[in-house]
Ligand binder design. Structure first.
Ligand code: NAD
Length: 352
């Protein structure tokens, strides 16, 4: 990214620029480097302004704003969740976000975040699993084979060495697509006929289904000792994936409790049910997995600091040499207080 001389022009990461960045970096390298940024920010958790995301719910979905700041940079993401969208050719989840300079309030970057969200969600899942999954885990059940699924698979390969996948989706075409897309990445993949079959022999179980209801993708009898569950799809009030009995047997790890208690699997539990915060595990203040028999659960909902880390990472790659477009987003009158004069001069120029 060339030095920004014109401060009213805001660097803009389009979908195409994001795809170019991922392609030139390599998906697995991107996920690994992104995970390092996410981990770095989790380790300085106390530096951040934190608030549960601001959600506007409707019949078929939700639109959310996710802000945070470390006092130097400020970031927010706009994201939706509309499970019915795929029926009309649209994504369940789309997003874009902004990273700003706290001192001036000026945006430093406006970025697409649909792809970036899938990458950061997968990187966070795999990062959590590094502390929580059983040692030597190689096999992952992946239930729900939609937009997030390949990203999850690749992050677990890049960060943990997972190389065997057991796929299940209620729509077989989704599993077929997922297998096809992952063909070149060296996984051994089995498509399963049910969630029960998918979890057989899996060390890690990832659920990434989308339904605007309390579903029961996993029941208690499907979960053997020693398994790590990465529950990604339950991320809204009334939208969960696990039977409550699993939660009662598992040690539960979360991002930001005030948000997860509203949105995560633990909305099914009393508000004082003990959970461990991921940042404590990453900073060494709390243990991750302690025994081979323990059932661990990452109750993922997605938190603002992860998007902040992702925007920070993307900006750093671009500063190191990426090609970027600029948006004429901020009004910039010759004299800062003469905003109206800028309009008058523009009109006069148009009339000549
Ligand atoms: P998607 O609509 O592209 O895919 C969801 C898939 O789940 C579909 O293929 C669907 O057929 C399948 N499915 C639905 N019900 C199922 C069931 N009972 N059993 C098996 N498969 C089932 O959605 P996506 O973008 O992949 O997102 C998946 C989920 O992850 C969504 O619920 C989304 O809100 C959530 N999400 C969470 C985070 C996070 O940070 N935790 C981030 C992004 C998305």
């Amino acid at each position: 990214m060339p030095a920004q001389t014109d401060l009213n022009l805001v660097p803009f990461v389009s979908v195409e620029t994001m795809m170019n960045l991922v392609a030139s970096t390599g998906t697995e390298t991107f996920l690994t480097e992104l995970a390092a940024y996410i981990e770095e920010d989790f380790r300085r958790w106390e530096c951040f302004d934190k608030t549960p995301r601001i959600a506007s719910h409707s019949l078929d979905g939700v639109i959310e704003l996710m802000p945070t700041s470390d006092g130097r940079l400020y970031g927010f993401k706009y994201v939706n969740g509309h499970p019915k969208n795929t029926r009309t050719g649209r994504q369940t989840v789309t997003a874009f976000g902004v990273l700003s300079d706290v001192d001036s309030g000026y945006p430093l970057l406006l970025s697409e975040m649909t792809i970036l969200t899938a990458l950061r969600t997968a990187a966070t899942s795999a990062l959590g699993a590094r502390y929580l999954a059983p040692k030597g885990a190689r096999t992952m059940a992946l239930i729900g084979n939609g937009a997030q699924s390949e990203f999850q698979a690749l992050a677990f390969k890049a960060l943990l060495g997972i190389d065997r996948l057991r796929l299940f989706d209620i729509e077989p075409a989704a599993s077929d697509r997922c297998r096809r897309n992952l063909e070149a990445f060296g996984f051994q993949i089995e498509i399963c006929r049910s969630a029960e079959q998918a979890v057989e022999g899996a060390h890690i179980i990832t659920t990434a289904t989308a339904d605007k209801q309390s579903a029961t993708i996993l029941t208690d009898n499907m979960i053997g000792s020693g398994v790590h569950i990465n529950a990604v799809g339950g991320d809204c009030p009334g939208k969960t994936e696990l039977h409550r009995d699993i939660l009662l047997r598992a040690d539960i790890f979360v991002e930001f409790p005030p948000q997860t208690r509203i949105e995560g699997e633990i909305q099914q539990l009393p508000a004082d049910h003990p959970v461990t915060e991921l940042w404590q595990v990453m900073s060494g203040a709390a243990p991750g997995r302690q025994t081979a028999e323990q059932i661990t659960l990452f109750d993922s909902v997605g938190f603002a600091t992860e998007d902040f880390s992702a925007l920070r990472y993307v900006r750093d790659i671009l500063i190191a040499g990426g090609k970027i477009d600029y948006l004429d987003l901020l009004a910039d009158p010759d004299e800062p207080r003469d905003l109206f004069g800028m309009l008058l001069r523009h009109k006069a120029r148009q009339q000549t």
